[in-house]
Design a binder for this molecule. Sequence first.
Ligand code: ADP
Ligand code: MG
Length: 337
Amino acid sequence: MTLSVQQHRLSLSMALCLLLAACSGPQDVRESRFIMGTLVQFTVAGVEKDKALDAIRAAADEMQRIEDDFTIYGTHANAVKAFNASTPGQTVSLPAGVDDLLRMARDVAHQSGGAFSPVIGSLSLLWGFSLPEAPASPPSDDAIARARSGSDIGKLVMAQAGWKRLSNQTMLDFGAIAKGYAIDRGIDVLKKHGIANAILDAGGDLRMIGDHQGKPWRIGLRHPRKPGATLGWFEASGDISIVTSGDYERFFIYQGRRYQHILDPATGMPAGLSSSATVITAANATLADAWSTALFVLGEKGVPLVGAQGMQALLVDADGVLHQSKLTLLPFHPSTQ
Ligand code: ADP
Ligand code: MG
């Protein structure tokens, strides 16, 4: 008799569990991978764990391939490094993926008046923010002037059968756009695996699809000067990219001055007008990534320019003042702390 009461209780509580599971759906699956020098976080909602993990594994592999194909660092040979070592004036044909991304990057370079430049490689290598050994002091003025001489988009020429660089100081650097591109490719892979609800967050550069258990995803925007704090948040569902370029991750302080990794191609120096530049768009993370870097360089005057591209801009300038574009895709909710 006692036994049957216990059995009854057991089956009741099991039924309750199943009911709850059916109501709330499968748990979110969260995974992190270190790719492109940053912690990439995958969050997948609404599917069984095994299916989510398979999709995440494939997406992470694809993103790693993009890093290998586009990086100018390390010893792995790729077409970008080969171009950067090519004889100036000689036409080099680039693989389709690199060619496509370079065309997109060149367009943003022109639209942003040169604030974004995909041929900033000499300057990036000279400053060395992405090298394994972080720099502690700025390079010499002469070295900056020499590297800067190759960094204008006009020094890159598209020819019939490929591309040519006009100076040996003209080197490709996809550092400001490849992460967004990798996010887009990662999202494509997730979708191909039947994932409809996910966030792919590569260190503050993210794209989301779908929603979170029928409710909008909630995304915090990091405070550029208060570690661990948020500036505010967005709520969104559907396909949206939110990409931020900031001065708080790769920088050094030398003689009381902050030197950070986003460079102004016009001066060869770290851009000094912004501390955080966010671009929001329904287009894709590639464009949002390129434009967030351009916005960071341009500062406040870049805000209407991003708006005119059909994207939303949110800029914290060097004095900590927030500027927003008139065009609003997602309302921004400032934090109250
Ligand atoms: P993060 O890498 O922090 O997401 P960005 O997307 O803004 O930031 O990319 C910064 C990287 O882009 C730098 O490390 C450098 O490789 C490259 N870069 C720096 N300044 C520029 C620029 N003005 N235009 C294009 N690329 C840049
Ligand atoms: Mg960028």
